[in-house]
Unconditional design. Structure first.
Length: 93
């Protein structure tokens, strides 16, 4: 599948990543939030609110991210619905 590959340490996923302070939620601490995009044939493809991601909890896990592009600056959104729409657009971009 072009959406995920097997790496030496596990699977590799195309990912939309938020790096920053999440102004929608007023966070004071910078975070890195990877949004893993599941392959089109993955059984959990439609498990998230964005209908695009592999739903899994990675808290406490070690993961490796390679940032290879930039889409837009961090923006505040008026509610979760507008934030979700922006994430969907980021995924398609």
């Amino acid at each position: 599948s072009p959406d995920a590959t097997e790496g030496s340490l596990g699977r590799t996923f195309i990912t939309a990543v938020s790096i920053g302070y999440n102004p929608t939620y007023g966070n004071e601490e910078k975070t890195i939030e990877p949004h893993l995009i599941a392959p089109t044939d993955h059984p959990k493809r439609h498990s998230s609110s964005c209908n695009e991601t592999l739903l899994q909890d990675f808290y406490g896990e070690t993961i490796r991210l390679s940032v290879v592009g930039y889409l837009r600056p961090e923006l505040p959104f008026e509610g979760l619905e507008k934030l979700t729409l922006a994430i969907k657009k980021d995924i398609t971009d």
